[in-house]
Ligand binder design. Structure first.
Ligand SMILES: *Cc1c(COP(=O)(O)O)cnc(C)c1O
Length: 518
């Protein structure tokens, strides 16, 4: 990466560079390194490691407290001793998310609900859906999870079309998305002879689509969003071509919680005979209920004829345990392109519907148990509480003159400095002040902003008022101390705003190395 290239990036992304300036001030090593020329990879890694040492320390708070298990112990430790350690860690880590200090992460979190999930899991902890003969219960659970999700996302549609809806239970939103993208790549090759596949997605689509593009060698054409953070329809239209295997929209998007114009986007795709995927990982279990509660929810599900698949996360607002999601398709013809079979393997006839071979049947049992115990009434009540909390938080943030809410969100609220404070307020420092108070919010970029995904944790008494008070205090503090340097910017906020791509990638890889260090 040479100086010329950096200058080119600077012209292209002026607002990013403005943020970078602030970050570089905090990390003089990085500053020196970025500004130097003819940087080689080794140097990048060395520098990144220095910066990350502090971050890595935060990642290993138990190092001093508990024995580091480098090897399998010669003789096993007593179970009570092991469980005591697990219990202590759980207690330590529970405080933040349980107290409503965290964006997203734990979406339900009531003790009795967790106990119920654990009992369901415990009863089926040995189940492996790979062995359909041994655990027919897994087939019942998964078929019914898929049906319940599909019917939730097709209400009002004619029953004949509804009967064709199908899907798979997966390990999470990313797997649901990866599977759908692989499915469309293979389908386009078989049906249309597409050899150079492309996807079309707004820049705000989840990173899992970038991951799919990388893993499966699909070119990802990213289209910009408008001032409301919704996909630009004209740009979507221009991006679709003969190699397009799928068009994507979010309901809502992870960064700003905004729903793309799914109806128009899916119609564009349908007219060109291209599949359309709605990413409802985040919204799938809220939007149908928000609509019943008369919140403005545009069409996004199978009622739109162009929508050919939907990803929806049971482990988010479906309130199941972590590790399940559903990928839904309009018909089994599409789903066949997802399935894997091999007939000549010496290990026998082998087939598997998703990426994993062996799978945790206990998680499907717990997911099924959640859906059937929460029920429509339970989801409606949860949506009522979450959306009411969101209304309060949006109203109160809009009263803070230095902040503005981005787009028109329902329950994931992104805020940035308002026009009057755009030059004077560093939103990442506001986030840092919040983290000093125990919060864990998401730092986003392009533009620089912070978001909170509201969950049932935030609907507990006094939590929303405390959040607003703490936010006001944080903004006031940053305004009163404009020259103070932040102590430690979170890696996300820092790395995400660096202009040089290779630097960012290496920083994040070093971060992952640190995660796996003893
Ligand atoms: C969470 C999320 C995903 C990815 O889900 P994981 O379960 O984290 O793999 C995809 N899209 C959106 C909009 C999400 O919010």
């Amino acid at each position: 990466m040479d100086a010329e290239k950096i200058a080119e990036y600077q012209k292209k992304y002026p607002e990013v560079f403005a943020i970078v300036e602030g970050i570089l001030e905090r990390f003089p090593e990085l500053d020196r390194f970025i500004k130097s020329q003819g940087i080689v990879k080794d140097q990048i890694n060395q520098q990144a490691e220095e910066v990350l040492e502090a971050v890595a320390k935060d990642m290993k708070p138990y190092k001093a407290k508990y024995e580091v298990m480098r090897e399998i112990p010669k003789t096993g430790k007593p179970r009570e001793e092991v469980l005591k350690i697990l219990q202590e860690m759980r207690d330590q880590e529970r405080q933040k998310w349980h107290g409503g200090y965290v964006s997203g992460a734990v979406y339900h979190g009531d003790d009795s609900h967790i106990e119920y999930l654990n009992s369901a899991y415990a009863l089926h902890s040995q189940s492996n859906p790979l062995h359909t003969d041994l655990w027919p219960s897994a087939s019942k659970f998964e078929a019914e999870i898929i049906s319940m999700a599909a019917r939730m996302l097709s209400e009002g549609m004619n029953e004949e079309d509804r009967a064709g809806l199908c899907g798979s239970v997966t390990s999470g939103g990313s797997e649901s998305i990866l599977l759908a993208m692989k499915t469309y790549r293979d389908m386009a090759e078989v049906e249309r002879g597409v050899r150079h596949p492309e996807m079309v997605a707004p820049v705000t689509a989840h990173a899992a689509f970038d991951k799919a593009a990388q893993y499966f060698k699909i070119k990802l054409r990213k289209v910009p969003v408008d001032k409301n953070f919704q996909a630009d329809i004209q740009a979507v239209k221009n991006a679709i071509n003969g190699n397009t295997v799928v068009v994507i929209g979010s309901a809502p998007s992870f960064p700003h919680g905004v729903i793309d114009p799914i109806e128009q986007m899916s119609e564009l795709a349908r007219k060109k005979k291209v599949p359309f995927h709605t990413d409802a990982c985040l919204g799938g279990f809220i939007l149908p209920f928000a609509r019943k509660l008369k919140y403005p929810v545009p069409a996004f599900d199978f009622n739109l004829p162009g929508v050919t698949s939907i990803s929806v996360d049971t482990h988010k607002y479906g309130y199941a345990a972590k590790g399940t999601s559903v990928i839904l398709y309009r018909n089994t013809k599409i789903r066949h392109h997802q399935f894997f079979t091999v007939a000549n393997w010496p290990g026998g006839m082998y087939f598997s519907p998703t990426f994993a071979g062996s799978r945790p049947g206990g998680l499907s049992a717990a997911c099924w148990a959640t859906l059937v115990s929460v029920g429509e009434k339970g989801y409606l009540d949860a949506a009522t509480k979450i959306l009411g909390t969101a209304d309060y938080i949006k109203k109160e943030i809009s009263k803070i003159p230095d902040l503005q809410i981005l787009g028109n969100p329902l329950f994931v609220i992104a805020f940035a400095p308002s026009k009057i404070s755009a030059d004077s307020l560093d939103i990442y420092r506001v986030m840092e002040q919040m983290s000093h108070k125990g919060y864990s919010l998401n730092g986003l970029h392009r533009p620089a902003c912070v978001h909170i995904a509201l969950t049932l944790r935030h609907t507990e008494e006094g939590v929303k008022e405390r959040f607003i008070e703490d936010l006001k205090t944080a903004v006031a503090y940053v305004k009163a101390n404009p020259t103070e340097k932040g102590s430690s910017a979170p890696i996300y906020g820092m790395a995400a705003t660096l202009p040089v791509r290779s630097v960012v990638g290496d920083l994040l890889k070093t971060y992952m190395d640190a995660y796996y260090k003893l």
